[in-house]
Design a protein around this ligand. Structure first.
Ligand SMILES: [Zn+2]
Length: 581
């Protein structure tokens, strides 16, 4: 039987219709499959999956580079509506064929993790859940439209939410308060609509869990996210450790701010945890590390070169091959991300740089993700790249620490010694203050999805959020803004779009702090372990990946006590450097 050969380039297919891909899936479904010929069959399925992953990534990148191009948006929508659900169904058929075979044999030696994941996905699959997933995606799109459409007049000009948010960074407290008031009134105006969307989502998610024979959506989400190595109880242990260690450390950070600024209390416009905004106490102008994309790329290249020759070459390849789009311009989508082009075995970094220090920090972070793609480029099958998110963020967050000593100009970076100290201080303080907010977001969702009946009443969601807020967010004065505080869950898109997807950042942060701790002892061997761990891709368990990077997969109070001790020591040293004349 002549097999259709897979396209080797996206240019050979029309990604808007299922017809473009269906024959390739059909050929894999129909070909005889035995333990003797399955390796070649797996290689072919892997190549086809690389094509699908690259198609999805490219369509998304194209759309985000030019949001005004309706043709690109339509291609994206056609792929989501016409192709993606069909791929999921066809993949299920292929998974069932593979899993029906005896999984023993030397040809399957590198497939242990992959088989565990495929078996889990195949067991959880229910055809009746596909329309529910599509309906939830549509509701999520409604959420995006509502929040994307939030606009207010500011000094005579119409501004959207992200433009208004920039005023929350203003040095002038009265400007920040004015921006906060405007932003909050926009959210409160949409409160009922957002409540409605959330309740509808809850109903559908609960139904998905019931369809899959699971007691609640939390149990479903833990399975769907492939959380084999930790339980909801482990998350609660992590919450308790944060309450015991990170909350008091956050108190100390806030107390210093209050003292330096002469404030009687920290108000909601001084610290905005959902935006990781904490008011700057330095009198000097904001850091201005670079002008234009070329300078940002050159600085990044210099920093990575002085860190490690191989990492420098990876970054240079991205620059040469046009895989960096770092500068903001009108029509570009907001935010930043690193995407994987699975056929080309290359990463792509998207950012909205404006010349600020935040962009340097984002570049280091996204470059960590990009290095993960380079380090795994030789792994033969796409399932080897199924890296757990908890570890993907260790790759990115560790790079923020490992590259930090190179922020100074003598190491290729952007700053004088004093400027670099400011940048590092800001990074360490935001590490401290992030964990309490992360715990609010996670603990709230544990309550919601284990109390689905009660959570259908948004007033109960408000109360549950507020209870977690009081538990984890210390020393803020919300007087007069109690309703805004209670409805904070509406302002976190993850709570709508990706339930339970947040603790990954907390876990990764604890992993990255350990990589940093190791680098203080021996920078070269910490970096070598980091690169080695990245190169394993998804071929090991989550605790084994952490261990390869020199970290323990543990989130208890003794672990946080050790790490936060080091962080607060480093903060004190940097403050001493900065206060010297
Ligand atoms: Zn990331």
């Amino acid at each position: 039987m002549a097999l259709p050969s897979f396209p080797t380039s996206l240019a050979d297919v029309n990604p808007r219709t299922w017809d473009s891909f269906q024959p390739f899936f059909a050929s894999l479904q129909e070909r005889p499959l035995t333990a003797e010929n399955r390796r070649q069959w797996l290689v072919d399925w892997s190549d086809l999956s690389r094509l699908m992953v690259e198609a999805a990534a490219s369509i998304y990148i194209e759309k985000s580079l030019d949001t005004a191009d309706t043709e690109k948006e339509q291609t994206f929508l056609d792929f989501i509506n016409n192709v993606a659900p069909q791929v999921e169904m066809a993949d299920q058929g292929l998974k069932e064929r593979l899993l029906a075979l005896d999984s023993e044999g030397p040809d399957m030696a590198d497939m242990a993790m992959a088989l565990r994941n495929l078996r889990n996905e195949a067991d959880l699959y229910r055809e009746e859940n596909i329309p529910l997933q599509t309906a939830v995606a549509r509701l999520d799109n409604d959420y995006d439209k509502i929040t994307g459409g939030m606009k207010a007049t500011w000094d005579g000009e119409e501004k959207n939410l992200s433009q208004l948010t920039t005023f929350l960074k203003d040095k002038d407290r009265s400007v920040r308060k004015r921006a906060w008031d405007v932003i909050c009134s926009l959210w409160l105006q949409s409160r009922d609509e957002l409540n409605h969307i959330y309740v509808e989502m809850l109903k559908m998610r609960q139904q998905m869990a019931v369809n899959a024979g699971l007691p609640d959506y939390r149990a479903y989400a833990f399975r769907a996210k492939g959380r084999f190595d930790y339980t909801p109880e482990d998350c609660c242990t992590f919450h308790e450790a944060i309450e015991a260690v990170a909350v008091p450390a956050t108190r100390r950070v806030l107390a210093k701010r209050r003292e330096r600024l002469g404030y009687t209390s920290i108000r909601p416009w001084d610290w905005v945890p959902e935006r990781t905004l904490l008011i700057d106490t330095f009198d000097g102008a904001p850091l201005q590390p670079y002008l234009g994309q070329d300078e940002l790329i050159q600085g990044g290249l210099n920093m990575f070169n002085s860190l490690d020759a191989k990492l420098g070459r990876y970054f240079a390849a991205m620059a040469e091959e046009g895989l960096l789009d770092l500068e903001t311009r009108s029509g570009k989508a907001l935010g930043g991300y690193c995407s994987t082009l699975a056929m080309r075995r290359r990463p792509f970094i998207f950012m909205n740089g404006t010349g600020m220090h935040d962009d340097v920090q984002t570049l280091l972070h996204e470059a960590g993700h990009a290095f993960h793609v380079f380090e795994t480029a030789d792994l033969p099958l796409i399932w080897h790249l199924d890296m757990p998110m908890e570890f993907c963020e260790v790759a990115s967050m560790s790079m923020e620490y490992l590259a930090a000593p190179n922020l100074t100009r003598d190491k290729g970076g952007f700053y004088t010694d004093a400027e670099a100290a400011r940048a590092r201080l800001e990074h360490l303080e935001s590490t401290v203050t992030f964990l309490p907010y992360m715990a609010v977001v996670d603990a709230f969702q544990h309550w919601v999805y284990t109390h689905p009946e009660a959570a259908m009443d948004p007033a109960n969601c408000d109360a549950a959020w507020d209870a977690q807020w009081q538990r984890f967010i210390p020393d803020m004065n919300w007087s007069g803004y109690e309703t805004v505080r209670m409805t904070g869950w509406q302002r976190k898109p993850h709570i709508f779009s990706s339930p339970f997807y947040y603790i990954e950042y907390g876990m990764a942060s604890v992993g990255a702090m350990q990589v940093w701790r190791n680098s203080l002892q021996d920078h070269a061997s910490a970096l070598a372990a980091y690169r080695q761990a990245l190169s394993l891709g998804g071929t090991q368990t989550l605790p084994a990946l952490f261990a390869a990077a020199g970290a323990e997969f543990r989130f208890d109070a003794p672990m946080l006590t050790e790490l936060f001790g080091l962080i607060e020591e480093a903060i004190a040293e940097l403050e001493a450097t900065l206060s010297r004349p």
